[in-house]
Every structure is written in C-alpha cells, then in structure tokens.
Design a protein around this ligand. Structure first.
Ligand code: JF5
Length: 304
C-alpha cells in the first residue's frame, strides 16, 4: 500500500507532532494597503516530507489538506486461529498503529479456502507417524487470491532460517507480507517448496501454533516503520543494530531499598556516561552472548 493512503480534506491519518509542523511564521498574510482586506489566495502552500513519519504532507497556510503515506505496509497472517491473532494485533502499540492507518495488519481465516462440510485444513501424513499435517490446497487457494505482484510470502516453522533483527529490517522494506502459519506436526513440504518465498524460525523450540511466531515477527517488523513507535530515533542504533546487548538502564528513585543507581549516571559527565554504557554493553555481551562478539558481519540475503 505504498503511497496509497491519501487523506483529503480531513484529519491526516497521523497527526504530525507540533514541533514537526511547518513553521507558521511568514504564512500570515498582511492586509492589502488599498483594499484593507486580506489578499486572496496568498496562503503559502507547502509540500513537506516528514522523514520521521514517512509522510508527504501538502497544505496551505499551515493547514494540512493532503497527506500520503510513503511508507506503509500490509501484513496478512494466514491462520486457522484468526481471533487469537486479532487479540494481539488490536492491542497496545500495534492496535494504535493500525488505527492510525500507518499499517494494515490482519489475520485471515484459512478455513475460508478449505473445502468440504468440515472445512478441513489438515490430514494424516503419508508414510505413517503421529499427528496431522496441514494440507496444501487451502494454503494454495488462499495465496492465489491474496497475493499481488509485490507480495512476499513467509512461512513460520522451526525448519526455517533464524529470525534476527537483520531479518526484521529487511522485511520492513517490503510492501506486502503474508505469513503462512504451520501447526500440528507441520505442513505438507510442497508448501515450502513451491508456494512460499522464505521459511523463517524464531528459535530452536517447537510451538503449538505458527501464528504465535508470525506475531513475533510482525511486532519486530512493524515497530521499525515510521509512525509506529512515535520516537523513530530509538528504533535503529539500539541493541542488536549495534551488534551487542544493550547496556543497563535506570530511572527514579535514586535509591530503592539499598540498591543504588550507578553514580556515573548521576554525574552529568556525558563522556563518562557514554564510556560506562559502552563498557557495560561489552561486558554483558562477553558474559552472556560471546557469539555476538566474534560473529562476522551478517551476510543475510533475501532467499528468492
Ligand atoms: C510450527 C511445524 C510450524 O514452532 C514453530 C516455530 C518455532 N520457531 N519458529 C517457528 O512454529 C509452529 C510447528 C510445527 C510448523
């Protein structure tokens, strides 16, 4: 939905923060010395790109008349548990981002494409063994209907490539994502082989429901988009973007029971504070995640 979210003659979908609004100064028209009236059509028009929000905003005399979202994203989670996903997508920060129109994120009920009286989406495995597998036909039919020329189809499963912050950054550049969520004992292998663009794992453990993994990825991707967190400075350059664990943070009170905030943070010496934070990040990473320190720079590439 790149560049399609246009609002005309109404409130912009995301109200720009006051400090980011174009300066009103110079937009107040002086009275015409002859007619003693405000001159007609002298309201200064502006076209303004907010890199913070990823919005192109047009208006006259400080009044926004049109705004288009240059970055925006559509995510569809294809699942037999749509209500489960809706509960997460409708809450908190994701719920707010959704209402603001910055992102479109929805759960889509796979059963719509299941045939037969019982609308079955699963069946027993060839070769025997316990449990049920997800069938290919409903997934195929759903994707045939939902995919556009710009869709990237992602399947969540423990067999996928590991999900990292790098993956989140790459997916945040996509326009339309569809997550195929496996569950039971798995999914007919032909789905991964022929219907999806990539298979992603959120970690070395098994969930009952791939939608849970898709929601994790959705959250990590959406928080990178302009206008979702409302403080974009912090989304990049944070832990993992730096390749290390984050340093500890403290807020008031200065002493709780007998636990003190490290003295250096109260010193006002910004150089010393920056050095302390860097040293703490290094120490924590060496202690808990040495793998991050000797890891070569990520070579992650999209797998087409
Ligand atoms: C699933 C077969 C999908 O368990 C997961 C998962 C773990 N890491 N990433 C995803 O997804 C559910 C289970 C079994 C396919």
């Amino acid at each position: 939905m790149r560049n399609v979210l246009k609002v005309k003659g109404q409130r912009p979908s995301v109200e720009p923060k006051a400090r980011h609004r174009p300066k009103e100064k110079g937009h107040k028209p002086k009275l015409d010395p002859q007619t003693k009236q405000r001159p007609q059509a002298t309201g200064a028009a502006f076209l303004w790109f907010s890199s913070r929000l990823g919005h192109l905003i047009a208006g006259v005399s400080g009044v926004c008349i049109e705004q288009s979202t240059l970055f925006g994203m559509k995510i569809q989670i294809l699942t037999i548990f749509p209500e489960f996903c809706e509960a997460v997508l409708g809450s908190s920060i994701l719920g707010r981002a959704r209402k603001s129109g910055v992102v479109q994120a929805d759960a889509v009920d796979l059963r719509q494409w299941a045939s037969g009286k019982h609308r079955t989406t699963d069946d027993a495995p060839y070769g025997g063994g316990p449990g049920m597998l997800m069938k290919i036909e409903p997934i195929h039919n759903a994707l045939a209907e939902l995919k556009t020329s710009t869709t990237r189809v992602v399947m969540m499963s423990p067999q996928g490539r590991p999900f990292t912050q790098k993956t989140a950054e790459r997916l945040a550049g996509e326009e339309h994502l569809i997550f195929v969520c496996g569950h039971y004992e798995g999914v007919d292998q032909r789905v991964a082989d022929h219907l999806v663009d990539e298979e992603i794992s959120i970690g070395d453990y098994v969930l009952t429901n791939g939608a849970l993994a898709a929601l994790v990825v959705t959250d990590a991707v959406l928080r990178l988009l302009p206008g979702v967190l409302g403080h974009e400075e912090s989304a990049l350059g944070e832990s993992f973007s730096t390749g290390k664990l984050d340093h500890p943070h403290y807020t008031r009170p200065e002493v709780f029971q007998d636990w003190r905030v490290p003295e250096v943070l109260l010193s006002g010496d910004h150089g010393a504070i920056a050095r302390w934070r860097a040293a703490e990040a290094e120490r924590l990473t060496r202690e808990r995640r040495p793998d991050l320190l000797d890891a070569p720079p990520s070579t992650e590439k999209p797998t087409v």
